[in-house]
Design a protein around this ligand. Structure first.
Ligand code: NZQ
Ligand code: ZN
Length: 387
């Protein structure tokens, strides 16, 4: 058992209708508030109006149009607005992209240089604007963590910023607001939650409690994602996915054991950087190939444990065979919920594979620390197998 820190200051407010408590949560926190949102789903669903109704005592500014895979150029405009209008706090209403973008706005407002610098060096983050989140999509866990991933189309980069003061002050999570999430994003979100779990589960050293939490997380998503796709307004299915989203990326799945290098995320962010594909869809393609590449006689017992405890495979089976079956079942599951099997299905070519491999080695966590240590050849092998 390793020592660990777990710092999770965000107040989670979970349940139907709880957006009506936003006014109480933000009371006394200032006078001028910015609401951030994406391409308009929250306008259509009526959530934006519900949020505004809660902020009637404040001077409210709005900033819509934060894109999926949020772009630094857009976020800089919101940073200008926050400075100009002397905003006291932000309310982010949307999925991971809106919440991530809001973290960049929050940190960028008080940073005197170019906000993109913060993506290269989070230690430059000083004071931040407080912000709240109203979540509309179960996927990234941004509502309960302190990092954000931002894209720069000018440099073909997608990088993250993180700081202890970039947690939302509170996150309101009403599963009914995810009823309108289309099947594609529901499936991509499920793959993202599963990937966050895999990234923390497939590490060199196990831990009974944390392994069990990861396995429960995976079984939950495997059970409820197909339900939510078949019946978009199934409250229980949406609620289970929403809860899984928050606990998948907040650090709790890594307590008491060595950290992880998050290799699939490092590789997927490179693909999104160049091609703007949906994060979870990219992960659904990369992950089974990363698993196959990582399967060796040394790693097989852990893949087999996953197969036995998550997929119900025979515990008496040969570990290598059980591991292979578990990986095939993972790939089949992603296909069954409508996600693509190959990068070429999303019109991604091998044109930038070399640059992607170089960039991930330079800017991501050290990949020699991955479950099976990864070098450039390993990254290229996974990318080529995924094509
Ligand atoms: O923009 P709007 O109109 O709101 O539409 C969005 C968007 O088109 C739509 N949507 C969201 N909620 C909806 C809805 N449509 C109908 N009804 C609703 N209730 O869904 C589309 C995708 O939204 P987005 O926010 O991009 O999805 P997601 O939550 O999956 O976020 C993805 C981003 O988060 C990053 C990803 O890399 C990606 O950029 N990540 C953030 C992490 C973090 N902060 O810890 C970790 C993750 O690993 C991930 O990297
Ligand atoms: Zn992710």
């Amino acid at each position: 058992m390793q020592d660990f820190d777990l710092y999770l200051p965000t107040h989670i407010v979970f349940g139907k209708g709880r957006v009506n408590e936003l006014g109480k949560l933000v009371a006394g926190k200032g006078e001028r508030v910015l609401i951030t949102y994406g391409g308009g789903s929250v306008v259509k669903s009526g959530l934006l109006d519900a949020v505004k109704a809660q902020l009637s005592d404040f001077t409210v500014f709005e900033f819509g149009g934060i894109e999926p895979n949020p772009k630094i150029g857009t976020l800089k405009k919101a940073i200008e607005l926050c400075r100009r209008e002397k905003i006291d706090f932000i309310v982010a209403v949307g999925g991971g992209s809106v919440i991530d973008g809001t973290k960049c706005i929050s940190a960028g407002t008080f940073y005197e240089g170019d906000a993109w610098d913060l993506m290269y060096d989070s230690s430059k983050i000083g004071r931040t604007l407080p912000f709240y989140a109203v979540l509309t999509l179960a996927a990234t866990g941004s509502e309960y963590d302190n990092s954000g991933v931002i894209s720069n189309p000018d440099t073909d980069e997608k990088l993250f910023l993180a700081a202890p003061n970039l947690f939302p002050a509170a996150s309101i999570m009403d599963p009914t607001y995810t009823f309108t999430v289309p099947a594609w994003h529901t499936a991509a979100g499920a793959a993202d939650i599963m990937s966050h779990t895999f990234e923390q589960y497939f590490v060199k050293e196990g831990n009974e409690l944390t392994d069990g939490m990861c396995e429960a997380m995976l079984r939950t998503v495997i059970k409820y994602a197909p339900e939510a796709i078949r019946h978009p307004d199934d409250y229980e299915a949406r609620a289970q996915l929403m809860m899984a989203s928050s606990f998948g990326c907040c650090g709790i799945l890594s307590i008491g054991r060595s950290g992880s290098a998050w290799p699939c995320h490092g590789i997927e962010h490179e693909i999104s950087a160049y091609t703007d594909i949906t994060h979870g869809a990219g992960l659904a393609i990369i992950t089974p190939h990363w698993m196959r590449w990582s399967l060796t006689p040394e790693t097989a017992p852990r893949f087999a444990q996953y197969g036995v405890r998550v997929w119900g495979l025979d515990p008496a089976g040969d570990p290598m065979e059980t591991a292979k079956k578990a990986i095939d079942l993972t790939a089949d599951f992603f296909r069954s919920i409508g996600l693509p099997a190959k990068l070429s299905d999303l019109q991604v070519t091998d044109e930038h594979f070399e640059a992607m491999a170089d960039h991930v080695l330079k800017h991501w966590f050290p990949l020699e620390g991955a479950f099976r240590p990864l070098d450039k050849e390993g990254i290229l092998a996974i990318l080529r197998a995924s094509l």
